[in-house]
Design a protein around this ligand. Structure first.
Ligand SMILES: C[S@@+](CC[C@H](N)C(=O)[O-])C[C@H]1O[C@@H](n2cnc3c(N)ncnc32)[C@H](O)[C@@H]1O
Length: 251
């Protein structure tokens, strides 16, 4: 099976901007609920191609650091910042979310999008809280289980998406509480994305979709992986949902 990182890269190369459900519209909603604004220091964990970081820095005149474990993603992100003339507002570096290269209490906001489902959540969130200033917010936008999933789905998602593990919204909320975060907001926006396949096609647009189909002919490994992903979304659509969860580090 092709590595997920290769599929991510393939999708980005077809023009897909972000790899999380709801796109920048949901990013914006979550960031506003985290109190984003001028001059805030934001950390984007698993920043991918840097689109969220550049978007937030430009829109809110804040300072965003993006980290990703993939060197290739960080190259993309730096190039995007350069093209947008945002080099003084964003900074990208290769780093592991489980071991953040930042001082304690450095950021006003830590966000993650479609990334913590791939991490050791206990370790990663302890790091997020460590680097967050007292009173700062964590916002995490992820795929969730709408209800208790069958074991076969948990197993298949874990294998296909390389360690993927998520929770129900109630469990996510409980997890944030257990970490000592306060003023927790948990938003289920599954109903806004009734069909992941369609949302994907819409996000790509006509040019992106044409590119995607042409390139796919040359990448049977990616095609196989994409078919497997779509099969999971189709077969288990009643179990798969999308949410963001926000919590505040006590002041
Ligand atoms: C599904 S992509 C989401 C990218 C971006 N947040 C977005 O929404 O477009 C997940 C990202 O997490 C990164 N990632 C995976 N494990 C990581 C880790 N341990 N530390 C930092 N980044 C990681 C991957 O390289 C990838 O770019």
């Amino acid at each position: 099976m092709v590595r997920m990182a290769s599929v991510d890269e393939f999708l980005y190369s077809c023009g897909l901007e972000v790899l999380h459900p709801g796109g920048l519209r949901k990013t914006d909603e979550m960031a506003r609920a985290c109190g984003i604004g001028k001059g805030k220091r934001v950390l984007d964990v698993g920043c991918g191609k840097g689109v969220t970081a550049c978007y937030l820095a430009q829109k809110y005149d804040c300072y965003v650091v993006g980290i990703d474990v993939s060197e290739r993603m960080i190259e993309y992100a730096r190039e995007l910042a350069r093209m947008k003339g945002l080099e003084d507002k964003v900074n990208f570096r290769v780093a592991d979310a489980h071991n953040l290269p930042f001082e304690d209490n450095s950021f006003d906001i830590v966000i993650a999008e479609c990334t913590t489902v791939l991490l050791d959540k206990e370790r990663a969130f302890r790091e997020f809280i460590r680097v967050l200033k007292p009173g700062g917010h964590i916002g995490d936008l992820e795929m969730m289980w709408r209800r208790e999933p069958p074991k076969e789905l948990v197993q298949r998602a874990y294998e296909v998406w390389e360690g993927f593990q998520t929770m129900t919204l109630k469990e996510w909320k409980g997890f944030f509480e257990k970490l000592g975060l306060v003023n927790i907001i948990a938003v289920d926006f599954t109903d806004e994305i009734p069909d992941m396949g369609r949302a994907f096609v819409k996000e790509l647009g006509v040019v992106g979709l044409t590119k995607f189909l042409c390139k796919l002919v040359l990448r049977p490994d990616v095609l196989k992986a994409m078919l497997e992903y779509m099969e999971i979304f189709r077969k288990y659509k009643d179990y798969i949902g999308y949410c963001y969860v926000i919590g505040q580090k006590p002041a």
